[in-house]
Design a protein around this ligand. Structure first.
Ligand SMILES: [Zn+2]
Length: 273
């Protein structure tokens, strides 16, 4: 190995040390529902502060529906789901906002700030349909997926900086090529399958929440079928998209439903659905 190559490895070695440090100091979280352990890029307090800040921003810029059947339905379903998230969301202060907007969308910010657009209510239709969506979104938050994504991004960034530093002697075109390849690798190889894992985990945990709250988990499949119909032709091929294709999702849910039926039956018996 020439001296020049040795010199080039210094930034990579430094990046490796920083990454090791980031790895060691990061808080870890084991998802109680799935048993999966992940490193997080934020503490719970940081997550809650960020979630609160973004929530207030959304509210201040949106047409918030505070009364009427839509607001009541969303609040009712949120309350039942929040009640079954258990001790793992004990630091959460659940809050919900219904926003008048035709977008077929909903999200839950870190720390439990839920936002539902009225556009999705035409597809969710029933309380169980809405519980499918909200259970999924709440599961992203209780599973700390945002903080986990942040950790992965920090690590990727450090690695890229190390590589960039070691490319000092290359000409501009070569550098662009290497960074382009790495960037594409980071996007398709690390970040995207990772967020599809999150989607799948949120589907599973969301299904548990809805069953435990007494909503028929079989309704999740009907909801995704309606969703597939409403978005016909608009979906990207699966490997490019952060969301699994509807058929994959439906197949997974169908496989998980038998696992949660006991909880559903126990929860649904005394109360009406
Ligand atoms: Zn999701």
């Amino acid at each position: 190995m020439t001296r020049r190559w040795m010199f080039r490895l210094v930034p990579v070695a430094l990046a490796a040390v920083v990454m090791l440090y980031q790895f060691v100091i990061s808080p870890k979280y084991t998802n109680p529902e799935t048993g999966r352990t992940a490193h997080l890029g934020l503490t719970t307090q940081q997550e809650s502060a960020l979630g609160m800040q973004s929530f207030q921003q959304v509210i201040s810029q949106s047409d918030v529906v505070s009364s009427g059947p839509e607001a009541e339905q969303v609040r009712r379903v949120a309350a039942r789901l929040a009640a079954v998230t258990g001790p793992y969301a004990k630091d959460f202060e659940w809050q919900v906002a219904v926003v008048r907007d035709p977008q077929v969308n909903a999200f839950c910010l870190p720390g439990g700030k839920i936002c539902v657009y009225t556009g999705i209510l035409a597809v969710t239709k029933t309380d169980a349909g809405l519980a499918t969506v909200m259970g999924h979104e709440m599961a992203h938050a209780t599973s700390h997926h945002g903080a986990e994504r942040m950790f992965k991004q920090n690590m990727t960034q450090t690695a890229m900086m190390g590589v960039q530093g070691s490319m000092g002697g290359m000409d501009y075109q070569q550098q662009q090529m290497v960074m382009g390849l790495l960037g594409a690798g980071a996007k398709f190889g690390v970040l995207l399958p990772f967020s599809r894992d999150h989607e799948s985990e949120a589907d599973k945990v969301g299904l548990m929440y809805m069953a435990r709250a007494g909503y028929d988990p079989r309704e999740s499949v009907n909801f995704w079928k309606r969703m597939a119909e409403s978005s016909q032709g608009k979906q990207q091929p699966e490997f490019m998209s952060t969301h699994p294709v509807h058929e994959t999702r439906i197949r997974q849910l169908e496989a998980w439903i038998p696992e949660v039926m006991d909880e559903y039956e126990a929860a649904a018996k005394p109360a009406e659905r």
